[in-house]
Ligand binder design. Structure first.
Ligand code: FAQ
Length: 311
């Protein structure tokens, strides 16, 4: 009965146990997971575009092979997350339709342009770095298929972050012009990477409930703090400056003070008015159309197999 289901669900959450797809769960819990997991999946898929922009222009064969592998990893994460989302009773077709129609959200970060090769380093270091900070706690998400997906995805993201750091390190050991390129990329990607963690806690309508359900384990601001604390020594090792003159350690709070974040920029990008929003969606629609024959061929093949088994 629903009463038994709810009692068991509450027990699982209280005991830090895992909810599996066939377990009873509240409708709102299911809806929240579909929302977050599908947004996450869409982000991985749209997130292929900014970096794919540099595959043909990577500065060496080795860099090109590494970048291609990384972009393919993002595709894998997206597919893995769509499958995990389907365990909640939504179809892949519905999720795809939501993305292509522009109704679904995906991470703000992928609506910024990649202007130079150094941006590929900055994305690996900052964007994948932020993704790791956000996703390591999600490995303990109360919904088991999401948590399991995150374990595997985080391993790959760690490698991605190292490769981004290494690109920037190579540039910083290069000519003054290469150093300027690296600093310029960090200047442009730093603030948007802080926005990836979402609005400040006071303006985050979903956080309290998601934390009570143990989907999210830390608040948006707490994760942003962890991220900055991770970046500071790495920026020092690289020799780049984080573009925040107000950034300093606060001994009393045992945390970093940050300069003001332009939250109107995040709102604008989420509302679809970022530099690349239109282009990203247009490209995704084209790619989906280009793949139509593959979907049709796969469906025809599956039908033939089914008919053969039935006869
Ligand atoms: N962009 O109440 P909250 C990657 C929306 S990493 C766009 O705080 P919540 C790896 C939010 O959805 C990127 N929208 O919401 C990679 C909500 O709207 P809704 C993907 C944002 O869910 C690297 C509203 O604002 N990672 O892909 C953003 O509790 C390199 C209110 O916000 C994930 O998705 C934003 N930045 O917390 C790939 C991680 N921030 O749905 C390729 C999983 C907030 O009510 C290359 N997701 N919104 O209409 C999460 O952890 C959470 O969903 C948050 C937001 C933290 C993003």
């Amino acid at each position: 009965s629903e009463t038994d289901g709810r009692a068991r669900f509450d027990e699982l959450i209280a005991a830090d146990s895992r909810v599996e797809p066939r377990d009873w769960m509240p409708d709102d819990y299911r809806r929240t997971l579909i929302r977050q997991m599908s947004q996450h999946a869409h982000s991985e898929i749209i997130g292929m575009q900014p970096e794919a922009n540099w595959i043909t222009r990577a500065p060496s064969l080795k860099r090109k092979a590494i970048l291609m592998a990384k972009v393919q990893d993002e595709a894998g994460h997206g597919l893995y997350l769509y499958s995990a989302t389907e365990t909640l009773g939504v179809t892949r077709d519905e999720l795809t339709e939501q993305l292509l129609s522009g109704r679904a959200k995906y991470s703000s970060i992928f609506n910024y342009p990649t202007l130079s090769w150094a941006d590929i380093g900055a994305i690996g270091w900052l964007v994948d770095g932020a993704a790791i900070c956000n996703q390591v706690p999600l490995c303990r998400c109360s919904y088991a298929p999401y948590g399991r997906a995150m374990v595997r995805i985080c391993k790959e993201e760690s490698f991605h972050q190292r490769q981004g750091f290494e690109i920037l390190l190579t540039l910083m050991r290069g000519t003054p012009e290469q150093q300027r390129m690296a600093q310029d990329a960090v200047d442009r990607w730093y603030w948007p990477s802080l926005m990836m963690f979402g609005p400040p806690d006071g303006d985050s309508p979903n956080s309290a409930r998601s934390m009570a359900w143990k989907i999210k384990r830390f608040s948006n601001d707490d994760l942003r703090q962890r991220f900055v604390a991770m970046l500071v020594p790495q920026a020092e090792a690289l020799g780049v400056t984080l573009p925040d003159p107000d950034l300093r350690w606060n001994e009393e709070r045992q945390a970093y003070d940050l300069g003001p974040i332009d939250w109107s920029e995040l709102q604008e990008v989420i509302a679809g008015r970022g530099v690349c929003n239109a282009q990203r969606l247009q490209r995704r629609r084209e790619a989906h159309e280009d793949g139509r024959w593959v979907r049709e061929a796969a469906a025809a093949y599956a039908e033939k197999q089914r008919a053969a088994r039935a006869s």
